[in-house]
Design a binder for this molecule. Structure first.
Ligand SMILES: Cc1ncc(COP(=O)(O)O)c(C=O)c1O
Length: 479
């Protein structure tokens, strides 16, 4: 453990939170620090209980001996040990490292639009700095932004909220985590249809809740079967997480199916719904978006999450929000007040500009959606012509979740056996230099996710590389 004391003589007590040490037993540590003007001194702790404050006493270096050194307990909390790191982040980082080392990798793993933030939004951020909007914002977000969000939810989604029923956060990811922490008690069950966005089960675990994963079928366009839902609801079920349009499948829940789900949910007073609508605007007609909270009887039990990252190409601005009944939203607000506090004041000004673009982001967003659609069409057609793959045509978002499981079990010389989505992704990275995300990260090992947030030219090149890599697996599987 290293502590740096900046030339300060009056520090005599240093506190450590007990979970860090994992037990209540007395522990003893030696702490060495270097101080420019006291270079002949080191500091040694006295023996103490981990729940007490440490007294650090100064002594000469000559007095300290290495025999006093005890090993620092580097164990982590069971909570963090139960959480898996995000595979999408890991693969993106790995592919970035390869690219930086000069390997011409095409990266189709990240979940972010390849477009720059539209100029009008970026300008609003720049102006915010120029005009001095650089201080802390209210914890729940500026009234200006929350009012704009209420207006958007009313006009576009048919759901009415007041600004005190909205909390703006540093991205929708934070909004979701806070909601899960706010409503779930230890042992509660969080129902998550698979394939799911990687973070949902881990967030449930962070709340000491149990994720209950309900599989869906590619032949059902990865949509949840209401009967399966009904048969899995127990008295412990606290939260159902729906994501439409979906990451990773691009599926969009039709209104009729949501109504069936709502009828089932309505029978269970304890069951809440978190509706993740972050890809709402990236949707391909004739598919349409329905907000779950707009369905009869669902407003009272639905937490609607949305954000700016995807539709407005604002991933780096970190801006998302949650809307819901006051009781739950106040709890999210409380959690946020003790962690990050309000989101960036600059990003919030940009968020106001984004919502000012008009219905569904107006032409600025529809231009991006048009490009996504072209890319989807290209990939669906191209992969659809390959043998041994199954596809469900995505109706929204910018992902294609393809079943490549017919390639599993193949032994590749110099590589080994392709056993699952992870080894197939490794193979495609090695052989084709295309970075994709294995489906097991999303709870479906038969598939691989391709993010088509890349130019058509890049996607054409990637398809050729993937096809070539798969063809070289012949004659095992005809392509
Ligand atoms: C389904 C889904 N929800 C929420 C998020 C979080 O978005 P952000 O935190 O950037 O607003 C993402 C980002 O990948 C996502 O795919």
């Amino acid at each position: 453990m290293a502590i740096s004391l900046h030339n300060s003589t009056n520090i005599s007590r240093v506190g450590f939170a007990s979970p860090f040490w994992g037990s209540n037993s007395a522990s003893k540590v030696s702490i060495s620090v270097s101080l420019p003007s006291f270079s002949n001194l080191s500091f040694k702790s006295v023996e103490t209980s981990s729940q007490q404050l440490y007294r650090i006493s100064a002594m000469s270096k000559a007095e300290s001996s290495s025999s006093d050194q005890v090993k620092v307990d580097i164990s982590l909390s069971p909570r963090v040990n139960s959480v898996k790191p995000s595979k999408t982040v890991a693969i993106t980082d790995h592919a970035t490292a390869l690219a930086q080392a000069g390997v011409p990798v095409i990266r189709l793993a990240a979940g972010e639009p390849d477009f720059d933030t539209p100029a009008i939004i970026a300008e609003a951020g720049i102006n915010a700095i120029r005009e001095g909007y650089t201080r802390y914002s209210p914890n729940a977000g500026t009234l200006e932004l929350r009012t704009a969000i209420c207006h958007k939810l009313k006009e576009e989604n048919g759901i009415s909220y007041t600004p005190d029923q909205i909390v703006v956060s540093n991205g929708a990811k934070q909004s979701i985590l806070q909601a899960v922490l706010a409503v779930c008690s230890p042992g509660d069950e969080v129902i998550i249809p698979a394939p799911y966005w990687v973070s949902y089960p881990e967030m449930a675990r962070l709340a000491d809740a149990t994720p209950v994963i309900l599989p869906t079928l590619i032949s059902d366009n990865f949509l949840l079967d209401p009967e399966l839902l009904e048969s899995n609801i127990t008295e412990k079920s606290r939260l159902l997480i729906l994501c439409s349009p979906s990451n990773p499948t691009g599926s969009v829940y039709p209104k009729k199916l949501l109504e069936k789900i709502a009828e089932i949910v309505a029978k269970h007073p304890r069951l809440l719904v978190l509706s993740d609508e972050i890809y709402e605007h990236i949707i391909y007609a004739p598919a349409t978006h329905t907000s779950f909270a707009s369905l009869p009887g669902m407003w009272e039990r639905t937490l609607t999450v949305n954000g700016f990252s995807k539709a407005f190409a604002m991933t780096g601005w970190r801006l998302g929000y949650i809307a819901g009944p006051k009781n739950f939203i106040a709890a999210c607000n409380k959690i946020q007040s003790q962690s990050t506090s309000g989101a960036s004041s600059i990003a919030q000004k940009a968020g106001v500009a984004a919502l000012g673009l008009g219905y569904a982001g107006g032409e600025v967003v529809s231009t991006m959606v048009k490009a996504f659609r072209e890319r989807r069409d290209f990939l669906v057609k191209s992969f659809g012509e390959l043998e041994g793959v199954k596809i469900s045509e995505p109706q929204g978002a910018f992902y294609l979740f393809i079943d490549f499981s017919s390639y599993y079990g193949i032994e590749v010389e110099g590589f080994g056996k392709i056993e699952n989505s992870e080894s197939l992704c490794r193979y495609l990275l090695d052989k084709g230099q295309v970075a994709l995300v294995p489906g097991d990260a999303f709870g479906d090992d038969s598939c691989i996710r391709i993010s088509y947030a890349a130019s058509l030219t890049t996607l054409q090149a990637s398809f050729e590389r993937i096809k070539k890599a798969l063809i070289s697996l012949r004659p095992a599987v005809p392509v």
